[in-house]
Design a protein around this ligand. Structure first.
Ligand code: BES
Ligand code: MN
Ligand code: ZN
Length: 503
């Protein structure tokens, strides 16, 4: 990861391959740090504006060469858009765009001001954190499996200095940067796990990562349960899904202790289907590769727990991950099967492709049996229906708890990971009534995201519980400033913010 550090000084005096300053839309004579650079360059920035090559539109950039007028070799101006629309997401994206430009220029050192730190009128620590976060998130690349590629020929950006004139603000800057780095490492972890191919990111691989994290942090412990141990616990729903998998399932329990033992934990539950073929109710082969992302919920749980540990958040946190492949096989579970879940309820299998809820059902029972949680949040790439309803960028939020809905929505807004509350419409429970068991695992095509949530509710019972369907936002097909094409890590920043807001 690129090293990021705080430097006290004036940006126009910093020796670097590239310095970054900014401008709001419609400003003709720059002030502040940008003004200082403009002056040192004898009005070069004002000129670019005057001739009409730069208007300060959101994320617009212009590159200038300094001809030894200042120690830095190049100046990048980045537009912040209209002042009245300015927000933290603009800060993140402006920082990310600058770092990407620096990397494309194949330079090693870049220096930037804190976007929003001066004239932006933002809370300084928040602006500093967003600047650092944007840089690190935007620089992420996954190319572990490419032998020869453009990317490896490219020189890595080695250091980014965030420059602040006011020495009194340096400690706040330092702290914000460290926090952003911890969160970004959690996001990197999640993205890596989702981007990895399904032959590598197997259930035992996920278990290995959990054990590694526990090894690394004294505050984290990990326990992994085998097929036999799950059978002893009565996890008949989870095990039904795993029946067709030669690779054994892994039930992973991660515990992070950041508060007194008596403090009730937040429990995060992740769907970890390491590949979803659909099983006997097999999926069409077109685009089936996408189902390598079906462990996205699990990856978010692991990445969030790692970030919480690195940050030393003053909370207790439990991560429950149910990891298995969903495969067709001679021993695979079948449509028509009736299985008994850990809480004693029986489930009629209508579709073996509705496997995520089977796994989550037993994890939710485990949560209610083993903890007295403050709240339980599950994350799952649960339904295609949720993607149809909300598209690729918005997660579905399902909960009956008003307070939990409120705090999740608030965290979602501050990190710009959008969620939208969906109804837990009780009448649709009709759709998952079974003739042969307590409940069936599919309610058919209509409102499938809602019936999936209502199914889970049968197992969450009295838990203070919320469900996030991340089937859309787990992956992006087009790059954006904060995320290259591929896994997004959606959910990690939201949950870290949620946990921070608790304390
Ligand atoms: N993993 C899928 C959901 C999914 C679909 C995620 C598309 C991302 C993109 C899930 O296991 C599934 O197959 N759901 C079925 C449920 C149906 C059988 C009730 C679905 O959504 O079609
Ligand atoms: Mn499925
Ligand atoms: Zn699935």
């Amino acid at each position: 990861m690129t090293e990021i550090r705080a430097v006290q000084g004036s940006i126009d005096r910093v020796d670097s391959d590239l310095i970054v300053v900014n401008l709001f839309e419609g400003v003709s004579s720059p002030t502040g740090a940008t003004g200082a650079v403009d002056k040192a360059l004898d009005g070069a920035i004002s000129e670019v504006i005057r001739v009409g090559d730069f208007q300060g539109k959101r994320l617009e950039t212009a590159l200038l060469y300094t001809r030894d007028a200042i120690p830095a070799k190049r100046v990048l101006i980045v537009g912040l858009g209209k002042r009245e629309d300015f927000d933290l997401q603009t800060v993140r994206e402006a920082a990310a765009i600058s770092a990407s430009r620096a990397r494309d220029l194949r330079i090693e050192r870049m220096a930037t001001i804190v976007h929003g730190g001066g004239a932006g009128g933002m809370d300084y620590a928040e602006a500093a954190a967003a600047t650092a976060e944007g840089i690190l998130l935007g620089l992420y690349r996954f190319d572990a499996d490419k032998k020869s590629k453009e990317d490896s020929k490219r020189r890595e950006l080695k250091t980014v200095s965030i420059v602040e004139l006011d020495g009194g603000k340096i400690p706040a800057l330092q702290e914000a940067m460290h926090a952003s780095e911890a969160v970004a490492m959690g996001v990197y972890r999640t993205r890596d796990l989702v981007n990895l191919p399904p032959n590598v990111a197997s259930p035992s691989y996920l278990a290995g990562v959990a054990l590694q994290i526990a090894e690394k942090f004294e505050t984290v412990s990990a326990t992994v349960y085998s097929r036999e141990e799950m059978a002893q616990m009565g996890m008949g729903a989870f095990l039904a899904v795993a029946q067709g998998s030669y690779d054994p399932p892994q039930f992973i329990v991660l515990e992070y202790r950041g508060a007194e033992r008596s403090e009730p934990p937040v429990v995060l539950v992740g769907k970890g289907i390491t590949f979803d073929t659909g099983g006997i109710s097999i999926k069409p082969s077109q685009e089936m590769w996408r189902m390598k992302t079906d462990m996205g919920g699990a990856a978010v749980v692991i990445g969030t727990l790692e970030a919480a540990a690195r940050l030393g958040l003053p909370v207790n946190l439990v991560g429950l991950v149910g990891a298995t492949y969903n495969m067709p096989d001679g021993n695979a579970y079948r449509p028509g099967d009736v299985v008994k879940a850990m809480n004693g309820k029986t489930i009629e299998v209508i579709s073996t492709d509705a496997e995520g809820r089977m796994v989550l059902a037993d994890l939710l029972s485990y949560a209610s049996r083993n903890y007295k949680p403050k709240s339980v949040i599950d994350l799952a790439t649960l339904t295609g229906g949720c993607v149809v309803a909300l598209g690729k960028e918005i997660a579905g939020l399902f909960t009956k708890e008003e307070g939990l809905a409120e705090s999740i929505t608030q965290a979602s807004k501050s990190v710009s990971e959008p969620v939208w509350r969906m109804p837990m419409y009780e009448k649709y429970k009709e759709l998952i009534k079974s003739d042969f068991a307590d409940v069936k695992n599919s309610g058919g095509r209509w409102a499938s995201a809602i019936t999936a949530a209502l199914f889970l509710q049968e197992f969450a019972e009295d838990l203070p519980w919320a469900h996030l369907d991340i089937a859309g936002p787990v992956w992006t097909d087009k790059p954006n400033p904060l995320t290259p094409k591929g896994a997004t890590g959606f959910g990690v920043r939201l949950l870290v913010k949620f946990l921070e807001n608790l304390s």
